[in-house]
Design a protein around this ligand. Structure first.
Ligand code: GLN
Length: 322
């Protein structure tokens, strides 16, 4: 298997020449019987109104070529995918000092579980469960003070090379109104001295970053720095070091889908990060980034059709890391 170098639209796999656009069409066709399975997130009204029939998939290659299908320009709530951007910024500033506050092991628990946090003295297992992302948000509030959210948003815009990306305030306000479990996580960490700032201020930042809306085209474009050792292959801007990019990819592979992370690695074989808005991003190191959107979720809160679409993509193209 190799990407056909002269033209990023084509892949050679098992001696066969495949067009990425054709692969996306096949995937859209093959997942269609699964519509109706899964359940749209309904813990806040703004997410419950998503159309379960919507589907989008975008592949952006390291040369900037983009192939998309479905509602690929439609913006949706990125939710926990934002944890990747937050962690990137925090790692850039705090380097290995960050590991004292947030670990790097899969939790094996749901994304918003409180149980482990109590017996592990307020140190979240990894930055991609809610507790971990709240600690990361706290570290960014300490670093940037009142400007934390605007720095997170600027980083997202810069990585996507697109200024037209914003926070959906209706979603953010609704998250704040239904904040109780995340507030419990934050308060528990505060009691263990693993939260430096005011709980409400940290939660405001965390909920706002979750409420950024992006399309699959924008998401796949923005993750190219992780497919290219920390440097955007198109703008040539370096966001993080190659070693940091390696670590983020490793965490996405082992922890990006909560208690379904093993299953995602087993099926898809790529670093990936999901969000309850129905999006998933995946990285093919050295080659491309892929984003999918389908709001109906499986039991672990990951897009059901999105996971299947990515599984079909790596099976058809051989573009998994294994
Ligand atoms: N905003 C959501 C929450 O904190 C994000 C969870 C997710 O996407 N898994 O509950």
């Amino acid at each position: 298997m190799a990407l056909y170098k002269e033209n990023y639209s084509k892949i050679i796999t098992q001696g066969e020449l495949l067009e990425i656009q054709t692969v996306l069409q096949e995937i859209q066709h093959e997942i269609s019987p699964l519509f109706g399975q899964g359940k749209v997130a309904d813990y806040i009204p703004a997410l419950a109104s998503a159309n379960p029939q919507d589907f989008a998939m975008s592949v952006t290659c390291n040369d900037g070529t983009c192939h998309s299908i479905g509602v690929h320009t439609q913006k949706f709530s990125i939710q926990s995918i934002s944890k990747v951007y937050g962690y990137t910024l925090a790692l850039k500033h705090y380097k290995s000092a960050l590991y004292k506050r947030v670990g790097r092991e899969p939790s094996g628990d749901p994304f918003n579980s409180l149980v482990q946090l109590e017996y592990e003295a307020g140190i979240p297992r990894n930055p991609f469960i809610n507790a971990g992302a709240i600690v990361v948000a706290d570290s960014l509030v300490s670093h940037y003070k009142a400007k934390a959210l605007s720095h997170i948003l600027s980083f997202i815009q810069e990585s996507a090379d697109n200024d037209n990306i914003f926070v959906d305030r209706t979603v953010a306000d609704s998250e704040m109104e239904h904040r109780f479990r995340n507030m419990a996580l934050a308060s528990l960490m505060k009691s263990f001295d693993n939260l430096d700032n005011d709980v409400t201020e940290v939660l405001e930042t965390y909920f706002s970053q979750c409420s950024v809306t992006m399309s699959t085209d924008e998401l796949s474009r923005s993750m190219l720095y992780l497919a290219n050792n920390g440097t955007d292959p198109i703008t040539k801007k370096t966001f993080i070091t190659p070693a940091q990019a390696k670590r983020i990819n490793a965490l996405m592979l082992t922890c990006g889908h909560y208690d379904a992370s093993g299953d995602f690695a087993f099926r898809v074989g790529l670093p990936g990060k999901s969000g309850v808005g129905g999006g998933i991003v995946a990285v093919v190191p050295g080659k491309m980034s892929i984003a999918v959107y389908s709001p109906a979720l499986n039991e672990q809160g990951n897009s059901l059709l999105g996971t299947k679409a990515l599984e079909l993509f790596t099976t058809k193209t051989g573009l998994s890391i294994f």
